[in-house]
Design a protein around this ligand. Sequence first.
Ligand SMILES: Nc1nc2c(ncn2[C@@H]2O[C@H](COP(=O)(O)OP(=O)(O)OP(=O)(O)O)[C@@H](O)[C@H]2O)c(=O)[nH]1
Length: 495
Amino acid sequence: MSTQALKRQTQHSHPSSVDPSVDAALLDLLTGPAKPSAKAFARRDAALDPLLLAAAAASGPQVTRNHYHHDFFPGVMLPQAEGAWDWTKWTGENNGSSPSRLTYVSKQGPRRQRLDPDTGEENGLARSKPTDATLKTTKKRRPSLISPTSTSSSELKIRPKADHLSEVANHAGTVPPLEVKCMARTRIPTPHGPVFLHLYHNNRDNKEHLAIVVDSEQLSDHHTDPLAPPIRSRSLDAIWPDETEMDRIIRGAYVGRLSPSSQQPSIPVVDAKPTDMSGVHAPPPLIRIHSECFTGETVGSMRCDCGEQLDEAIRQISLPITIPTPSSPTSSRTIPGRGAVIYLRQEGRGIGLLSKIRAYNLQDLGHDTVTANLMLGHKADERGYEIAIAILRDLGLGDDSMGVRVLTNNPDKVAALEKDGLTVAERVPMVPRSWQNRRLAQGHNSVEEERLVGATMIGGSAVYGDDLDKYLRTKVLRMGHMLPLWLEDADVVGQ
Ligand SMILES: Nc1nc2c(ncn2[C@@H]2O[C@H](COP(=O)(O)OP(=O)(O)OP(=O)(O)O)[C@@H](O)[C@H]2O)c(=O)[nH]1
């Protein structure tokens, strides 16, 4: 009601006949806070200089409570909330009971809880105390994501193994066991051949992690090769409640090559273990756990080799495999390459794109990639691999005696896989293409000749440059990456 209307109503009505809500509205109007002037909100952000950042880092990892503790999107910070991690189940905070507005979610306790009872000052400890409402939400258990109608629930539930379970037990009641679910899969043609893109949801974070599965044999309608069982997602092929055949087809639970004339729904994977391959020397599938890098993969940044690595991984996994025939050692046969890239949304080694952009500016000021992260209050590497491991298990990769071959220089990745019980048959190093080619490049007239258009995109060529060299050197010298350093005027050591 407008001020004028309120005035009219209060002047012309007898007090006893006035609607009480009008009184309340008038009271609000008269006693509400004055409109803030523009001056009250003068800019408070100082220049981000290294000294300031170092001071901020020394005072604690929380950036500012304005940035860190507030969240206007319910569920994003509350993975335990019903459907928060699976948008097909998202019913809002009230579980669909009312179509209410999105509530303002704060991870801070109310101010009265943060106040020191003696001094009335804000109390740092109490600040992190969760509200009753938050506690209630955290305790709520989300029902299992795998349909109870699935054929074999033990095969379909992808649960972490021993070590991780004890970790989970430590958080009993707050963190449910990790589960992943492949929501959809589709065929993507790439310069290296066809791949199947799998999109996963999980109950740990709200990110859509991906698996890029290379297994072109699956394009044939009758894929029965015992040497190379199809790499299929258990959770995708499970029967979901109330779904039609067309629902299954649309979410990618089909076999063969989908076309207007071929629409064959898949059946749930019965045997989680690959077919016995004793006596046959087919190499274990080649896999890579890759972390998202918007700058390297999309913008084509030459500060890092991430785009090139993604391309190289898909290329190497797609290479044909020669398998000797057991009956006749002199003869062999060739099958298409097979394996997977697990693409984790852990931008900037887990610190996010915003912090990575700031870290790049610190690097331009002369700090290396590790120091820049530390100055921003982050760890050198904040990634975790448990979701990747659960996805690998869902795809039936690495959980058998054959194991997987892993494309990486990062010892943390190998350790994470082994710690969780997966078998790493071999680590395959990822040597930067520019280092592989440098001897050839020495014959070039200028560095510019190496900078090919779209160099870091899928199907591109080598990344090259001082920024990249500095980054790679830091990874080897400060992060323990298992990559023989290129030495000036010498061959790559060990190559
Ligand atoms: N914070 C930060 N992250 C970076 C930087 N450059 C690349 N990244 C991120 O690093 C991740 C890739 O990690 P790398 O350290 O290059 O390689 P890795 O995955 O640990 O190891 P490999 O398996 O051997 O490739 C991606 O998420 C990139 O976004 C940087 O300068 N700072």
